[in-house]
Design a protein around this ligand. Sequence first.
Ligand code: ISJ
Length: 355
Amino acid sequence: MSDALQTLRQRIDAVDDELLRLLAQRARLAQEVGRLKQGNLFYRPEREAQVLRRIKAANPGPLSDEAVARLFREIMSACLALEQPLRVAYLGPPGTFSQAAAVKHFGHAAQTVDCPSIDDVFRQAEAGMVDYAVVPVENSTEGAIGRTLDLLLDTSLKICGETVVRVHQCLLRREPVREGIERIYSHPQSLAQCHEWLNQHLPGVARVPVSSNAEAARLAAAEPQAAAIAGEMAAEIYGLTLLERNIEDDPNNTTRFLVLGRHDAAPSGQDKTSLVMSAPNRPGAVYELLGPFARHGVSMTKLESRPSGTALWDYVFYVDVEGHREEEPVARSLSELKNLASLLKVLGSYPVAVL
Ligand SMILES: C=C(O[C@@H]1C=C(C(=O)O)C=C[C@H]1O)C(=O)O
């Protein structure tokens, strides 16, 4: 080994020792916070968002803001697990983008619990079997996830966070070659998202829709002539070779997930409020519902309508606005809305996704 290399490695070891000492010091401070809170709501989404935003703003480089935020997410996750490893329900099986979203938001120290349906994810959290739930709410190409919106209407859970995941699809197979593939398994949405790539690179190969990408990977692991389209994480879980990365036709394909808990979050300085409302059935009623936000200068980031499920052609509106429900402009808008809307439910105020 050259002298220069040896010296650099010695210096890296010294920095690692120092990092380790500082990490232990941080963990002990977090434990003290835990004692102050006496197990009461140890996980604070607004504080975690503030920590990550501060780190990104203070980042001197050369690591990217994204990279340092990811590292600090894991540090907080490990500190939090000293108190109690959080249990987080997601739409399984293991290897789905929902699991990736849960890990992105809570870090690897959280315990993720797979559920067979979105309904079950809600039920587990409502019944207190898990601490939090992560559910998909919208996709940039496919639009709203209707089942999640419907379940939000009746749940006792509050939205306490959001996270956005880039959906990168991969071609996975047991055999390490592309030749000889006779079938490709995937979720119908993923097959649709890779339509052009498949036409070009694997024309004439049968596309077989299955219930999830992880299920596709599981099937492909058992059949030498089959391949699967799934996320990268499924390759490791199901022992498959990653033949091709990023085969989705739209490289900006993203899914937004909501984090649900039995509490929402305190103001973090950069928050969103989600609500659902409906208008009495008369001319101009929907227009009036949007008035309070306009008058108080509150920006709307989403407006989605869904059939109410009670009367034919009766709609409910899902609205996201900028700001926290405890902050003046949103608070004032909400109190005016109470008199205008036939239904008004605040689903939660929560920090805008940092990562
Ligand atoms: C330490 C705290 O509690 C938890 C741990 C955090 C951390 O490790 O930085 C941040 C927020 C909480 O989820 C705190 O509230 O400050």
